[in-house]
Ligand binder design. Structure first.
Ligand SMILES: Nc1ncnc2c1ncn2[C@@H]1O[C@H](COP(=O)(O)OP(=O)(O)OP(=O)(O)O)[C@@H](O)[C@H]1O
Ligand SMILES: Nc1nc2c(ncn2[C@@H]2O[C@H](COP(=O)(O)O)[C@@H](O)[C@H]2O)c(=O)[nH]1
Length: 212
């Protein structure tokens, strides 16, 4: 007889990195191959980039709306990054976790610290490093979505961002996208098997013992 899957708590998988290291690229690939993951779509006051879709890449809001959400507790975490405000809507995350789904976050170190302070047991954090500073700058230019001024501003902040690498559970160097995606999948696989996340284990073990 094949046993029913053991129920488990969903986890919060956070990817952080300096801008341009590849979080979005890795996230999209993970979402394509793993149906158990829900992406947390953030709200932001930053202008929409060419090709971005509202409600898919971000919920684009103005500053008064962002302040209203932050003040009414609608955001699980929020931070100012590169002069704009970003935050994670609470409701999607809570619904997904409640349904035993994993939630993927593309957020910075400030947001990760807030999640760690409020929900450490559910958090799995991964810091994505670029192979080098020169390659990081090349990627920001190749993406061709930000002005030279915005790229210069993000490069100027890269060292500060990277200084938070040691606060994360895992660190990967995004040299090759396939390898990075495989590394994050391996992390996910192990973290899903943690005893404390498998909330259906006591009942399952009891059912085995009862039949012995
Ligand atoms: N391993 C890789 N090798 C080469 N290019 C890559 C790699 N990973 C991502 N890229 C490219 O680098 C650019 C930046 O990637 P991406 O937008 O995923 O970065 P990000 O970390 O999400 O940035 P941001 O924080 O600004 O949102 C994109 O053009 C992407 O195609
Ligand atoms: N603390 C949070 N950081 C966020 C959130 N959404 C995105 N981000 C981070 O902002 C920068 C810039 O993103 P970009 O899309 O403008 O390039 C990047 O480091 C993201 O990880 C959020 O909800 N909270």
């Amino acid at each position: 007889m094949i046993a029913k899957p053991i129920s488990r708590r969903g986890l919060m998988l956070v990817l952080s990195s300096p801008s341009g290291a590849g979080k979005t690229t890795i996230s999209r690939r993970l979402l394509d191959i793993d149906p158990n993951i829900t992406m947390s779509v953030s709200v932001t006051t930053r202008p929409m980039r060419p090709g971005e879709k509202p409600g898919v890449d971000y919920y684009f809001v103005d500053m008064p709306e962002f302040d209203r959400m932050a003040e009414s507790g609608d955001l699980l975490e929020h931070a100012r990054v590169f002069g704009n405000c970003y935050g994670t809507p609470r409701s999607t995350v809570e619904q997904a976790l409640g349904a035993g789904r994993d939630v993927l976050f593309d957020i910075d170190w400030q947001g990760t610290q807030q999640l760690a302070a409020n929900a450490r047991a559910d958090l799995v954090s991964v810091f994505v490093l670029p192979p080098s500073g020169a390659e990081l700058e090349r990627r920001l230019h190749t993406r061709a979505q930000d002005s030279a001024e915005v790229i210069a501003q993000r490069m100027a902040k890269a060292s500060d961002e990277i200084s938070h690498w040691a606060e994360y559970d895992y660190v990967i160097v995004n040299n090759d996208v396939d390898e990075s995606v495989a590394a994050v999948q391996a992390i996910l696989r192990a973290e899903r098997l943690r005893r404390t996340r498998q909330v259906g284990l006591p009942a399952f073990v009891q059912s085995i013992q009862a039949a012995l």
